[in-house]
Design a protein around this ligand. Sequence first.
Ligand code: UDX
Ligand code: UDX
Length: 458
Amino acid sequence: MKFEKNILCIGAGYVGGPTMSVIALKCPEYKVTVVDINKDRINQWNSDNLPIYEPGLDEVVNSCRGKNLFFTTDVANGIKEADIIFVSVNTPTKTFGEGAGMASDLQYWEKTAHEIIEHSDRDKIIVEKSTLPVRTAEALDKILSSNEKGINFEIVSNPEFLAEGTAIKDLIDGDRVLIGSHNTEAGLKAAKAISNIYAHWMTDEKILTTNLWSSELTKLVANAFLAQRISSVNSISALCEKTDADISEISYAVGKDSRIGSKFLNASVGFGGSCFRKDILNLVYIARSYGLIEVADYWEMVIKMNEYQETRFVNKMVKEMFNTVADKKIAVFGFAFKANTGDTRESPAIVIIKKLLEERANIAITDPKALKNARLDLEGIDQNVSYEPDPYKAADGSSAIALATEWDEFKDLDYKRIYDSMKKPAFIFDGRNILNHKELFDIGFNVYPIGKASLTHF
Ligand code: UDX
Ligand code: UDX
């Protein structure tokens, strides 16, 4: 079959994989190819066992793979064939040199730009899908226009707003798509080519176009605002625990104000995920590099509050368990950074478990989807850790349960049975406020929610 256009995505990760699968589903006349340097990852994309867990993803991939959706490691041919190249390689926080711990590490992006030059023989549109610092496109322009083949590469920014666990829904029925381009004739034409893709299933009002720099910065700002809401509510949860106010009641009442809105006001053990921390640190670094110290300090507090919340949770566990957890078995319910994903990047569970291991506790981790990643994250320090798919077995003989991820599976367990199998006094620390605290208390647990009075039998 002859396709109208060839679309390539470099980087078959949590962003590239689902995004391209949905584009293939909605645009059958386009050929969509996803390439990655990681051969194992590509093999998994071509198998029945996809490399990431995402509700609805299997169905979309199954309906398009081999028809107009292809996964391969052949980067060179992919680039050669493509009219439009989405780049979705990772941009982690730098771990070395200037800006270490804050700035984005753009080495994969720059390498990719050079690969694009090497394998191209005609004009192409290059789409920034990865989250990048504002004005990255300027550097990319310089690199790409340094090509000696006379090729025009037009850069467009099209940041991703999908959240893991709801990626397919967010892609199919998202709030908006953002497309940033140069305000030149060629730039606007390229932006139009990208909006034509999304116009296959999204209405015009949802497709926003801006200049390149607004688009790049919007992504960082959107994530910073979301994270800020969680840090705000978490800061108040600490105050609630001192005053007998109830954070759930406060979130509900505050969220009822239509100017504030009800979403993203759940107090928690802290936010995780691949984006919030990385993007805010990046925003802080950019502000600081422009000499905007107050702006940098303001956003840095969102991160500090999150670290405080994680540490506060685990310190409270140790304190309430009579200041020692040495040799005690603790069951950690949930390792993913949130429900409905196997992703564990920046998961608060990692911080909690490391601290408990330092205190010489024995840990049993249970999670419906993240045990494989948990093993990788704790490699080398997991002598006293067991990985247990069955929550009842994880809790058996333990002194405490720490609930770190809001999986529905944990809500409906038989907590009487769990209580009976635990050491007494039995503790439960609900880091997500998803359990029925009164019921647990009545069973016999000592219950410690976030931002509410604890229910104890002492
Ligand atoms: C990541 C970041 O988390 C996100 O903020 C950014 O906007 C895009 O990159 P994600 O898809 O979650 O998103 O990352 P990851 O799952 O690590 O996928 C990136 C993929 O790119 C990996 O599979 C990696 O092998 C691949 N890659 C990386 C290449 O194909 N070539 C490279 O040179 C570098
Ligand atoms: C986020 C953004 O939502 C998405 O738009 C962007 O493209 C990428 O970053 P993601 O990291 O997948 O998506 O997850 P998100 O649902 O935002 O949750 C992030 C963290 O915040 C999770 O650990 C979650 O449990 C936590 N959270 C969320 C809370 O603690 N309380 C809340 O009320 C909401």
